[in-house]
Ligand binder design. Structure first.
Ligand SMILES: [Fe+2]
Length: 363
């Protein structure tokens, strides 16, 4: 038995002001955006719309609380979030806090009270081609002091509208472009080797892998807009896949790499994909064969090695490059078991197996 549902409506437009005009209801609103949003893109919102741009990468509890505190008195009827995963995840919590009339993020993280009937419409417009946060029901909050990644997950946390506009991704620097694309690749592959996979998520995941395998190596300055559009479409398909399955071992192993070593999220997830493919592929032979055919016959392992080689010439791609030493592998392995992620993996991994995977990417 299986089911597939995604509660976000998908809108795609090549022109931001026109796309926005088609989406926004009347009444007061709020723009939550990354600090570098071009003034012309902000100006596409109705005149006088308040804006909040103090979301940082990998936002902490305190930073998300500040965004909620700023939004509550404004009582917006709609929120437009423009940014990467951190901005979109923060905006999702802001909307949930308004909908539940719950001003405390900490309380929301413990339990989400039933959202009221009047909740602001949330339009999530990604400026990266990776996170899929515009489609998913969860938000990540980082507890840096406690060394933990927290997740707020609730059906009412899915944006109402995922608004895709390729020109919004045009200013994304190359390292972030690579990292976010590799994040989407991890979402897609982890949806394939996932215990919660179903035929719909499989098809979405394969479409995503195919798009990324074709276009990732075209990420070089200046990146043509058609490459951005193709990668944005691939990240959308990956988002639709893992919105149903959640992620698995690659993400679970990535969290301590990001928290302790500062490895960018997408790179931390992608480093382990070759090893995890080797481990999982024999347990999904039919699916692996279909993926190979969808890659026009290229062996998925060879594809992963091709993309790894390309990425490694542009961004640090070993753990030692981020300051890890071989003796850290044990601690990192112990910290890599996030419930609800690691246990989604098709093949059960123990600490020894994870230590072996980390040793392989130590460099
Ligand atoms: Fe991710």
């Amino acid at each position: 038995m299986w089911r597939y549902a995604c509660d976000a409506a998908i809108h795609w437009g090549d022109e931001w002001p026109a796309l926005l005009r088609s989406l926004l209801p009347p009444g007061p609103g709020l723009l939550i955006h990354y600090p570098g949003l071009p003034a012309a893109d902000a100006a596409a919102l109705p005149a006088g719309t308040p804006a909040y741009d103090r979301v940082e990468a990998n936002p902490t509890l305190e930073q998300v609380q500040r965004a909620v505190d700023a939004a509550l008195p404004l009582r917006p009827r709609w929120i437009v979030a423009v940014g990467g995963g951190s901005v979109l995840d923060t905006a999702k919590i802001v909307r949930l806090a308004l909908a539940c009339r719950c001003p405390s993020v900490e309380a929301l993280l413990r339990a989400v009270p039933g959202p009221g009937r009047e909740r602001p419409l949330l339009v999530a417009a990604p400026t990266t081609h990776g996170t899929g946060a515009e489609l998913t029901a969860w938000s990540t909050v980082w507890d840096v002091g406690g060394g933990r990644k927290l997740s707020l997950s609730h059906p009412a946390n899915v944006p109402d509208i995922a608004a895709y506009c390729p020109p919004l991704t045009a200013g994304l620097p190359l390292p972030a472009s690579l990292s976010s694309t590799l994040d989407a690749l991890a979402h897609a592959l982890e949806a394939l080797w996932n215990r919660g996979a179903n035929p719909v998520s499989d098809e979405m995941a394969m479409a995503a892998v195919r798009g990324i395998a074709a276009d990732l190596e075209r990420l070089d300055e200046p990146v043509p807009l058609e490459v951005r559009a193709g990668l944005l479409r691939a990240s959308m398909f990956a988002g639709l896949a893992f919105a149903a399955t959640r992620t698995a071992a690659a993400h679970s192993i990535s969290y301590p790499l990001t928290l302790r070593l500062g490895v960018p999220h997408g790179i931390a997830c992608a480093m382990t994909l070759p090893a995890l493919w080797r481990i999982n592929a024999p347990h999904m032979a039919a699916k692996a064969g279909r993926l190979r055919r969808s890659l026009d016959g290229e062996d998925p392992a060879a594809m992963l090695e091709r993309l790894r080689r390309f990425a490694a010439t542009r961004v640090p791609f070993t753990l030692s490059a981020y300051g890890a030493r071989p003796r850290d592998a044990g601690d990192l392995a112990r910290a890599s078991f996030t419930k609800g992620r690691m246990d989604n993996n098709l093949v059960e991994l123990d600490e020894d197996a994870v230590r072996g995977i980390l040793a392989e990417i130590m460099g």
